[in-house]
Design a binder for this molecule. Structure first.
Ligand SMILES: Nc1ncnc2c1ncn2[C@@H]1O[C@H](COP(=O)(O)OP(=O)(O)OP(=O)(O)O)[C@@H](O)[C@H]1O
Length: 442
């Protein structure tokens, strides 16, 4: 029973000294760990700027949470500091996240407004895109010197802005049709979609990729050093038991080598300790945190990251994977996909499309495929497996807006899978009627 006369909030936090360092990217670290090679490449690429030559364009790529943005900001600040001390005119814009802009117009407008005073901002509409580009060129020419524009998540750049930004902008000085004659523009593009460059036109590709810097995942030791730094700032002294940071580091290294995930584990483990009024964060809190975070991540896939057709394909692959005796072959995944799409009132796409969705899921690391020879019959087929625990995936699907696509007897089948009792469980033939008996799709 809550005592109504007593305020239930605690007045102090005995676990976290500061939470912000663990939070989503709102904290700037003073030190960058284990990125010496990448920093050196960056410095090399931008050295020209400091002595007044035109900047190179730089393309930075690698998976999520491996320090691309943190390193870029660190290098940016050092560059600005040096340019200022040398009296070399330099203006740096960004990182600006392209994901926040739906059109070329919106993105250019926001850049123009970065240069302008609050009482002179461009409106959200009212000009042609060409005109707002002219405004941008005018602003750039007015500040003069070198202008570096840093675009984060450049794979999300509005399609109508690709050519203008990634090709025209860096060569504006040479183009007689722009008002730029003095200023020199350099572009830094950051992306975690490695396929993004492949789809660019060759001329755009070579412009953007003048200098490329690849960031790989961190290993467990590297993650440990990085997480240690954040944990020191975030937790009160003596609160973290010795093996907590190594555990969080080992887990994140096993998954994706991603710092953000490690920080989330530490935060969640601390919250569990705080909820229990414990004095220290223990291994048990950390394991529980790891578990929750894994499930939350899968839920995020369903709710945010995947399109509805990708989500249905992911679910169908999971169902095919846990089915006894069935291999998750493409044909089978398609059958299950059509059933759950139909029963949950969603559009059923063609079988050909499934290959595309499976490919996309595979790129995101959610499914893995293996090619199988069909023996004497000849030919090959692909079988799939899910990379996360199927029980977690089903759990997340049930909590998500796809719960109506999950067959009603899924737990029964999952239990057979978990208990490895597949032999006792007779799957029906592939004909759709019997399939409906195995999977109760309502
Ligand atoms: N080497 C490092 N030293 C210190 N902090 C780091 C390091 N690498 C990453 N971080 C921290 O980890 C978090 C995630 O890093 P960052 O945002 O740079 O990743 P990213 O590669 O840009 O990811 P995304 O592609 O998702 O934007 C940030 O809080 C960042 O400060």
């Amino acid at each position: 029973m809550v005592d109504v006369d007593e305020n239930p909030f605690d007045e102090k936090d005995s676990i976290f000294e500061q939470k912000q360092p663990l939070k989503k990217d709102t904290f700037t670290p003073e030190t960058i760990f284990h990125r010496d090679d990448e920093i050196e490449l960056y410095i090399n690429a931008l050295q020209d700027v400091v002595v007044g030559h035109a900047p190179n364009n730089v393309f930075v790529y690698g998976p999520t949470g491996v320090g691309k943005t943190a390193v870029t900001k660190w290098v940016r600040d050092k560059l600005q500091e040096k340019a200022d001390s040398q009296d070399v005119p330099l203006t740096v814009l960004g990182p600006i996240n392209c994901r926040n802009y739906k059109s070329s117009y919106a993105l250019v407008t926001s850049l123009v407004n970065e240069f302008r005073l609050p009482d002179n901002q461009l409106p959200d509409s009212g000009y042609s895109t060409d005109r707002v580009f002219e405004f941008l060129y005018e602003e750039i020419e007015a500040v003069g010197g070198n202008v570096l524009i840093i675009l984060d998540e450049i794979d999300n750049i509005p399609p109508d802005a690709r050519n203008d930004f990634l090709y025209e902008l860096p060569r504006a000085e040479a183009n007689e049709n722009t008002p730029i004659s003095e200023a020199k523009i350099g572009l830094i593009g950051i992306s975690n979609d490695l396929k993004f460059v492949d789809v660019l036109e060759p001329k755009v590709k070579s412009t953007l990729g003048e200098r490329e810097i690849k960031f790989g995942p961190y290993n467990a030791n590297e993650l440990q050093d990085i997480l240690e730094y954040y944990a020191d700032i975030a937790f009160w002294d003596g609160v973290l038991e010795d093996d907590i940071v190594p555990l969080a580091a080992a887990f994140s290294a096993q998954e994706r080598g991603d710092v953000r995930q490690g920080l989330r584990i530490l935060e969640k483990a601390g919250e569990y300790a705080r909820m229990e009024d414990a004095n220290t964060v223990t291994e048990e809190h950390t394991r529980r945190a790891t578990d929750t975070i894994e499930k939350d991540e899968i839920l995020d896939y369903f709710e945010q990251d995947l399109s509805s057709q990708q989500a249905l394909t992911y679910l169908a692959t999971t169902l095919a994977f846990i089915e006894p005796k069935h291999e998750a072959a493409t044909k089978r995944i398609y059958n299950l996909y059509s059933s759950i799409a139909e029963s949950s009132g969603r559009r059923v796409k063609s079988e050909r499309k499934i290959y595309e969705f499976l490919d996309q899921l595979s790129m995101q690391g959610l499914v893995r495929s293996a090619e199988k020879n069909l023996g004497r019959k000849g030919g090959r087929k692909y079988v799939y497996e899910v990379t996360d625990d199927p029980a977690d995936i089903i759990d997340a699907a049930l909590q998500s807006s796809y719960s109506n696509a999950v067959p009603s007897n899924v737990n029964e089948i999952l239990n057979h899978y978990l208990e490895d009792e597949a032999t006792d469980f007779e799957p029906p033939d592939e004909s759709s009627e019997e399939q409906q008996v195995l999977w109760k799709f309502v």
